[in-house]
Design a protein around this ligand. Sequence first.
Ligand code: SF4
Ligand code: SF4
Ligand code: SF4
Length: 247
Amino acid sequence: MTALPPPSKKKLGLVIDLDTCVGCHACATSCKEWNAGGIAGPLTDERPYGKDPQGVWFNRVHSYELEADAATKQPAQTLHFPRSCLHCETPACVTVCPTGASYKRAEDGIVLVDEDKCIGCKLCSWACPYGAREYSHVEGVMKKCTLCVDRIYNDKLDEIDRQPACVQACPTRARHFGDLGDPDSDVSKLVAERGGVALMPELGYQPVNRYLPPRPRRTGDDATTDDASQADTGNLAQRWLNRILKR
Ligand code: SF4
Ligand code: SF4
Ligand code: SF4
């Protein structure tokens, strides 16, 4: 059992806009590219072009078809849902860890794995309700999104490049990085403005990352742009996201 540090004022995390994500996987591939050569070490691929490909990805993008909803006058649409570690404030993946390999940083809230301490027991991956842990069968250790800790504090990089690789690669600017513990940060303002949601908050792990719900779609004469409709769509998207995560 690993203890958590006291809650940090700084809560670094991602804000992902489900309205503008086009499911291109640029974030997933740039994550893999950066981390394979960075502190996370090799991100294995087994049979990458074979019948049953397996591999370690810190960020995966899932695409779903949403059915038309007569109540909110929303047409059917495709929704792309990038999924990586949410850097929870009270993460079960840390508290179940028997060796202290999984830990949460006191200074900024980033959740990491010390691979030298990891014994590959997989307790953290069973404890994470978001499926955000990635086990390397080749190395026998657990891995996960590092929030690109080796980029964001890297003074060898130009300041503009001290961003997570996935945020920098996103062609539609659907991904944002910042301090969600600071109500005046750009990311906090964006979450407030767009009604950003946490995933499955009822579980109590208090994820830091937020998702911005898709905006109401226009349907010609039936275009719906009023606030009530937007709220309905946001609630619908949150209920739907929580449902698919619980599967
Ligand atoms: S790069 Fe951006 S648009 Fe492409 S899948 Fe990732 S979040 Fe979505
Ligand atoms: S999303 Fe999962 S792996 Fe990430 S901090 Fe929360 S419980 Fe841990
Ligand atoms: S923050 Fe870094 S490690 Fe995490 S998903 Fe993005 S690119 Fe990957």
